[in-house]
Design a protein around this ligand. Structure first.
Ligand code: ATP
Ligand code: MG
Length: 226
Protein backbone atom coordinates (compact mmCIF):
# COMPACT_ATOMS: atom_id res chain seq x y z
CA UNK A 1 0.00 0.00 0.00
CA UNK A 2 1.32 3.44 -0.87
CA UNK A 3 0.89 5.92 1.91
CA UNK A 4 -0.61 9.33 1.18
CA UNK A 5 1.81 12.13 0.40
CA UNK A 6 -0.02 14.35 2.89
CA UNK A 7 -1.82 13.16 5.98
CA UNK A 8 -3.36 15.59 8.46
CA UNK A 9 -5.28 14.68 11.58
CA UNK A 10 -6.81 16.70 14.39
CA UNK A 11 -4.94 19.79 13.26
CA UNK A 12 -5.53 23.13 14.98
CA UNK A 13 -3.90 26.49 14.41
CA UNK A 14 -4.27 29.60 16.49
CA UNK A 15 -2.24 32.76 16.19
CA UNK A 16 -3.81 34.29 19.29
CA UNK A 17 -4.52 32.17 22.33
CA UNK A 18 -8.05 30.72 22.26
CA UNK A 19 -8.85 32.04 18.78
CA UNK A 20 -8.42 29.04 16.49
CA UNK A 21 -8.05 29.83 12.80
CA UNK A 22 -8.04 26.12 11.88
CA UNK A 23 -10.12 23.65 13.91
CA UNK A 24 -9.81 19.88 13.84
CA UNK A 25 -8.70 19.53 10.22
CA UNK A 26 -8.51 15.95 8.92
CA UNK A 27 -7.66 14.85 5.39
CA UNK A 28 -5.09 13.09 3.33
CA UNK A 29 -3.88 13.69 -0.21
CA UNK A 30 -2.39 10.88 -2.26
CA UNK A 31 0.52 11.35 -4.60
CA UNK A 32 -0.72 12.50 -8.03
CA UNK A 33 -3.93 14.17 -6.86
CA UNK A 34 -5.08 17.57 -8.11
CA UNK A 35 -6.98 19.28 -5.29
CA UNK A 36 -8.67 22.68 -5.24
CA UNK A 37 -9.33 24.45 -1.96
CA UNK A 38 -12.07 27.08 -1.81
CA UNK A 39 -13.67 29.11 0.95
CA UNK A 40 -14.51 32.66 1.96
CA UNK A 41 -11.85 35.25 2.67
CA UNK A 42 -10.48 34.68 6.15
CA UNK A 43 -11.65 31.05 6.33
CA UNK A 44 -8.09 29.78 6.82
CA UNK A 45 -6.96 28.65 3.35
CA UNK A 46 -3.61 30.41 3.30
CA UNK A 47 -2.95 29.38 6.90
CA UNK A 48 -3.51 25.78 5.85
CA UNK A 49 -1.27 26.18 2.78
CA UNK A 50 1.52 27.63 4.90
CA UNK A 51 1.33 24.61 7.18
CA UNK A 52 1.23 22.20 4.22
CA UNK A 53 4.34 23.94 2.88
CA UNK A 54 6.16 23.67 6.22
CA UNK A 55 6.39 27.46 6.34
CA UNK A 56 4.37 27.45 9.54
CA UNK A 57 3.58 24.84 12.17
CA UNK A 58 0.30 23.60 13.63
CA UNK A 59 -0.68 24.47 17.19
CA UNK A 60 -1.98 20.94 17.75
CA UNK A 61 -2.55 17.76 15.78
CA UNK A 62 -0.44 15.90 13.27
CA UNK A 63 0.90 16.62 9.82
CA UNK A 64 2.72 13.80 8.08
CA UNK A 65 4.46 14.68 4.83
CA UNK A 66 5.85 11.71 2.93
CA UNK A 67 5.40 9.71 6.10
CA UNK A 68 7.49 12.12 8.16
CA UNK A 69 6.02 13.67 11.27
CA UNK A 70 6.70 17.34 10.54
CA UNK A 71 6.39 18.26 14.23
CA UNK A 72 9.42 16.08 14.96
CA UNK A 73 11.68 17.79 12.41
CA UNK A 74 14.13 20.60 13.13
CA UNK A 75 13.86 23.83 11.16
CA UNK A 76 16.86 22.73 9.06
CA UNK A 77 15.20 19.41 8.31
CA UNK A 78 11.95 21.19 7.40
CA UNK A 79 13.84 23.53 5.06
CA UNK A 80 15.49 20.56 3.37
CA UNK A 81 12.16 18.77 2.97
CA UNK A 82 10.64 21.96 1.57
CA UNK A 83 13.46 22.53 -0.93
CA UNK A 84 13.48 18.96 -2.17
CA UNK A 85 9.78 18.21 -2.25
CA UNK A 86 7.70 21.35 -2.68
CA UNK A 87 7.27 24.08 -5.28
CA UNK A 88 5.41 27.23 -4.18
CA UNK A 89 3.33 29.54 -6.34
CA UNK A 90 1.89 32.19 -4.09
CA UNK A 91 -0.04 35.28 -5.00
CA UNK A 92 2.19 38.31 -5.34
CA UNK A 93 4.78 36.10 -7.03
CA UNK A 94 7.60 36.98 -4.60
CA UNK A 95 10.09 37.41 -7.42
CA UNK A 96 13.35 39.14 -6.57
CA UNK A 97 13.11 42.53 -8.26
CA UNK A 98 16.86 43.03 -8.83
CA UNK A 99 17.49 39.55 -10.25
CA UNK A 100 16.96 38.51 -13.84
CA UNK A 101 14.24 36.02 -14.67
CA UNK A 102 16.82 33.28 -15.09
CA UNK A 103 18.35 34.02 -11.68
CA UNK A 104 14.89 34.09 -10.10
CA UNK A 105 14.03 30.70 -11.57
CA UNK A 106 17.40 29.22 -10.60
CA UNK A 107 17.09 30.24 -6.95
CA UNK A 108 15.71 26.90 -5.63
CA UNK A 109 18.62 25.17 -7.38
CA UNK A 110 21.07 27.45 -5.60
CA UNK A 111 19.52 26.41 -2.27
CA UNK A 112 19.75 22.79 -3.40
CA UNK A 113 23.49 23.21 -4.04
CA UNK A 114 23.45 22.65 -7.80
CA UNK A 115 26.35 23.89 -9.96
CA UNK A 116 26.17 27.11 -11.93
CA UNK A 117 26.05 25.19 -15.23
CA UNK A 118 23.19 22.99 -14.06
CA UNK A 119 21.29 25.97 -12.64
CA UNK A 120 21.57 27.86 -15.91
CA UNK A 121 20.55 24.91 -18.08
CA UNK A 122 17.54 23.99 -15.96
CA UNK A 123 16.36 27.58 -15.55
CA UNK A 124 16.60 28.14 -19.31
CA UNK A 125 14.63 24.96 -19.95
CA UNK A 126 11.88 25.98 -17.50
CA UNK A 127 11.66 29.48 -18.95
CA UNK A 128 11.05 27.93 -22.36
CA UNK A 129 8.40 25.61 -20.91
CA UNK A 130 6.37 28.57 -19.69
CA UNK A 131 6.74 30.29 -23.05
CA UNK A 132 9.22 33.03 -22.12
CA UNK A 133 12.43 31.62 -23.62
CA UNK A 134 13.59 34.94 -25.05
CA UNK A 135 13.20 36.98 -21.87
CA UNK A 136 15.74 35.40 -19.50
CA UNK A 137 17.82 38.52 -18.94
CA UNK A 138 14.88 40.79 -18.12
CA UNK A 139 13.95 41.93 -14.64
CA UNK A 140 10.50 41.03 -13.21
CA UNK A 141 9.15 44.60 -13.46
CA UNK A 142 9.74 44.46 -17.23
CA UNK A 143 7.01 41.81 -17.53
CA UNK A 144 3.22 41.78 -17.38
CA UNK A 145 1.47 40.26 -14.37
CA UNK A 146 0.67 37.09 -16.28
CA UNK A 147 4.26 36.73 -17.44
CA UNK A 148 5.50 37.24 -13.89
CA UNK A 149 3.16 34.52 -12.73
CA UNK A 150 4.58 32.17 -15.34
CA UNK A 151 8.07 32.93 -14.04
CA UNK A 152 6.86 32.09 -10.53
CA UNK A 153 5.55 28.77 -11.85
CA UNK A 154 8.85 28.08 -13.61
CA UNK A 155 10.67 28.73 -10.34
CA UNK A 156 8.29 26.41 -8.49
CA UNK A 157 8.95 23.61 -10.98
CA UNK A 158 12.66 23.95 -11.58
CA UNK A 159 13.76 21.58 -8.83
CA UNK A 160 11.34 18.80 -9.89
CA UNK A 161 9.01 19.01 -6.89
CA UNK A 162 6.59 16.22 -6.05
CA UNK A 163 4.11 18.71 -4.67
CA UNK A 164 3.01 22.11 -5.96
CA UNK A 165 1.27 24.45 -3.53
CA UNK A 166 -0.44 27.30 -5.35
CA UNK A 167 -2.30 30.01 -3.41
CA UNK A 168 -4.52 31.93 -5.83
CA UNK A 169 -2.09 31.60 -8.74
CA UNK A 170 -4.55 33.19 -11.16
CA UNK A 171 -5.79 35.97 -8.88
CA UNK A 172 -5.89 39.33 -10.71
CA UNK A 173 -5.16 37.76 -14.09
CA UNK A 174 -7.38 37.96 -17.16
CA UNK A 175 -9.23 34.90 -18.43
CA UNK A 176 -6.83 34.10 -21.25
CA UNK A 177 -3.77 34.30 -18.99
CA UNK A 178 -5.56 32.26 -16.30
CA UNK A 179 -6.34 29.59 -18.87
CA UNK A 180 -2.70 29.49 -19.99
CA UNK A 181 -1.53 29.10 -16.42
CA UNK A 182 -4.11 26.42 -15.65
CA UNK A 183 -2.93 24.52 -18.71
CA UNK A 184 0.58 24.43 -17.25
CA UNK A 185 -0.78 23.02 -13.97
CA UNK A 186 -2.94 20.44 -15.76
CA UNK A 187 0.02 19.29 -17.87
CA UNK A 188 2.23 18.99 -14.79
CA UNK A 189 -0.39 16.88 -13.09
CA UNK A 190 -1.25 14.60 -16.00
CA UNK A 191 2.17 14.23 -17.61
CA UNK A 192 4.52 14.33 -14.63
CA UNK A 193 2.10 13.13 -11.95
CA UNK A 194 2.98 16.11 -9.79
CA UNK A 195 0.57 16.50 -6.89
CA UNK A 196 -1.15 19.89 -6.95
CA UNK A 197 -2.98 21.72 -4.18
CA UNK A 198 -4.46 24.96 -5.44
CA UNK A 199 -6.39 27.65 -3.57
CA UNK A 200 -8.78 29.72 -5.66
CA UNK A 201 -11.83 31.93 -5.37
CA UNK A 202 -12.89 31.13 -8.93
CA UNK A 203 -15.21 28.16 -9.59
CA UNK A 204 -13.96 27.96 -13.21
CA UNK A 205 -10.43 27.44 -11.97
CA UNK A 206 -11.46 24.93 -9.28
CA UNK A 207 -13.33 22.94 -11.93
CA UNK A 208 -9.97 21.83 -13.39
CA UNK A 209 -9.18 19.91 -10.20
CA UNK A 210 -10.32 16.35 -9.51
CA UNK A 211 -11.18 17.04 -5.90
CA UNK A 212 -12.64 20.05 -4.11
CA UNK A 213 -12.14 20.84 -0.43
CA UNK A 214 -14.36 23.61 0.96
CA UNK A 215 -13.09 25.43 4.03
CA UNK A 216 -15.49 27.38 6.23
CA UNK A 217 -14.56 29.18 9.44
CA UNK A 218 -11.41 27.12 9.85
CA UNK A 219 -13.10 23.77 9.30
CA UNK A 220 -13.56 21.49 6.34
CA UNK A 221 -17.13 21.87 5.21
CA UNK A 222 -16.97 19.35 2.39
CA UNK A 223 -14.46 17.22 0.52
CA UNK A 224 -15.69 15.86 -2.81
CA UNK A 225 -14.17 14.14 -5.81
CA UNK A 226 -15.38 15.23 -9.22
N1 ATP B 1 -0.09 36.06 11.29
C1 ATP B 1 -1.34 36.15 11.71
N2 ATP B 1 -1.63 36.59 12.96
C2 ATP B 1 -2.90 36.66 13.42
N3 ATP B 1 -3.98 36.30 12.68
C3 ATP B 1 -3.76 35.86 11.44
C4 ATP B 1 -2.44 35.76 10.88
N4 ATP B 1 -2.54 35.28 9.63
C5 ATP B 1 -3.86 35.11 9.40
N5 ATP B 1 -4.59 35.44 10.47
C6 ATP B 1 -6.07 35.34 10.61
O1 ATP B 1 -6.42 34.00 10.35
C7 ATP B 1 -7.64 33.95 9.62
C8 ATP B 1 -7.42 33.13 8.36
O2 ATP B 1 -6.52 33.82 7.51
P1 ATP B 1 -6.07 33.21 6.11
O3 ATP B 1 -5.04 34.12 5.56
O4 ATP B 1 -5.70 31.79 6.30
O5 ATP B 1 -7.43 33.29 5.28
P2 ATP B 1 -7.73 32.94 3.75
O6 ATP B 1 -8.78 31.90 3.74
O7 ATP B 1 -6.45 32.63 3.06
O8 ATP B 1 -8.34 34.30 3.21
P3 ATP B 1 -8.18 35.01 1.76
O9 ATP B 1 -9.15 34.29 0.87
O10 ATP B 1 -8.61 36.42 2.03
O11 ATP B 1 -6.76 34.91 1.33
C9 ATP B 1 -8.06 35.38 9.36
O12 ATP B 1 -9.03 35.73 10.31
C10 ATP B 1 -6.78 36.17 9.57
O13 ATP B 1 -7.07 37.45 10.04
MG1 MG C 1 -5.38 33.59 1.53
Amino acid sequence: MTRPLISISGLYKHYLVNVPVLKDINFSIASGEFVAIMGHSGSGKSTLMNILGCLDTASAGHYYLEDRDTAALSSDELALLRNNLIGFVFQGFNLLSRSTLLDNIALPLLYAGKTQAERHAKALNMLARVGLAELGERLPNQLSGGQQQRVAIARALVNDPKLILADEPTGNLDTKTSDDIMKIFIDMNTEQKITIVLVTHEPDIAAHAKRLILVKDGQIESDTRT
